[in-house]
Design a protein around this ligand. Structure first.
Ligand code: PLP
Length: 380
């Protein structure tokens, strides 16, 4: 199947790298100096890294010195947890039931090794964290609160500013995983008043294998990787210059409010099209409380994995659950947390959109989806 026949509706898993980002990365690949060398080539590479840091800082209203480059969202999330355990010496971490595995698993690992206690705040049927539950359980024995800005499966946006304010009343560090918020809603670290924030380049048209951890000035950070003096000694290792240049360019080109609104309208067009042509479907989560561009649908009586495979054969790329859960039979922890049965979870498919999704893609995808669901239901 040629690329032109593919309709890509899996932008929550990863996004198409922007051609302008590729162009910038090519320059960085050719600029082979080591940013830590003090000669001309080293300086040129260093300048590229620092220019990129400024673009990323501008995107989230941070200062350049508050941006640390990492290998992606997973590392940034692991680091936030690890650093808080090391610096605060407090072993209780609050998070939500619907966080990405990179948060859940890192808390779990610390539980095994040093007895860290993870506390997972429940969410309602829309995927919103229970603020009262959260507030009632806060005390100064908690070392970190890490709650995601937007969920990767159903798109729910959490009230981060309010949650951070509650945590700060008790002197607790606040981290947010904003990986799925980037390019979909505005991120302003000053307004949110978070202490740490994670981003991943490939979720907003940059490349894979690069991300950032924002760390507010004055926050105590424990180094992640030991070795050289890169990133002020907090994260050693020769810089991934092309990846860093890519995330910087992606940040410079990040969707304007107008484009984010357009993505929302396209997702709405898609959902309305499905609702009018397919019976017995239900949307998981609440679109009014979600980032634009994520439509998670339960198709009653169908096996999602079989549908995703069949859609793929006909050119439509989407996923059942998150990319991390693909290939397993474990029901989504996110859908479970919002009250979906295992049966419903196994019948749910996530479609996600980007600035590169066209209306034609949507109409064509709708035709194919309607056809596939009809055939599947007739067989069962
Ligand atoms: N956090 C969320 C919410 C995600 O959706 C993902 C990726 O799917 C990550 C973190 C991990 O990011 P990365 O793929 O850069 O490791």
């Amino acid at each position: 199947m040629g690329d032109s026949e593919i309709i890509y509706l899996d932008n929550a898993a990863t996004t198409k790298i922007d051609s302008a980002v590729i162009e910038k990365m090519k320059i960085a690949l050719e600029e082979y100096g080591n940013p830590n060398s003090s000669h001309e080539l080293g300086n040129r590479a260093k300048n590229l890294v620092e220019e990129s840091r400024i673009h990323v800082a501008n995107m989230i209203n941070a200062k350049p010195e508050e941006i640390i480059f990492t290998s992606g969202g997973t590392e940034s999330n692991n680091w936030a947890v690890y650093s808080s355990v090391c610096t605060t010496k407090k072993r209780t971490i609050f998070s939500s039931e619907i966080e990405h595995h990179s948060i859940h698993q890192s808390i779990h690992e610390f539980r095994k090794s040093i007895g860290t206690k993870g506390h997972f705040v429940p969410v309602n049927a829309d995927g919103e964290v229970d603020i009262n539950y959260f507030q009632e359980r806060m005390d100064n024995g908690v070392g970190l609160v890490s709650i995601m800005m937007a969920n990767n499966e159903i798109g729910t946006i959490q009230p981060i500013k309010k949650l951070a304010e509650i945590a700060h009343r008790y002197g607790i560090l606040f981290h947010t995983d904003a990986v799925q918020a980037a390019g979909k809603i505005k991120i302003d670290v000053k307004d949110l008043n978070v202490d740490m924030l994670s981003l991943s380049g490939h979720k907003f048209h940059g490349s894979k294998g690069v991300g950032i951890l924002y760390v507010k000035s004055g926050i105590n950070l424990h180094p992640m990787i030991s070795g050289g003096h890169q990133e002020n000694g907090y994260r050693a290792g020769t810089y991934n210059v092309p990846g860093i240049v890519g995330i910087g360019e992606a940040a410079r080109l990040v969707n304007s409010q107008e484009i984010m609104d357009e993505i929302g309208l396209k997702a709405q067009l898609f959902w309305v099209g499905m609702k009018t042509s397919i019976s017995d479907i239900e949307r998981n989560g609440n679109p009014n409380l979600s980032v634009p561009g994520v439509v998670n649908v339960c198709f009653k009586g169908v096996e999602a994995k079989a549908i995703v495979l069949e859609l793929s054969k006909r050119g439509v790329c989407c996923s059942s659950g998150s990319a991390c859960n693909e290939g397993t039979t474990i029901p989504s922890h996110v859908l479970k947390a919002i009250g979906c049965s295992t049966y419903k979870s196994h019948s749910s498919i996530r479609f996600s959109f980007s600035r590169f999704t066209t209306k034609e893609d949507i109409y064509r995808a709708l035709e194919i989806i309607v056809e596939v669901i009809k055939e599947h239901r007739e067989k069962c």
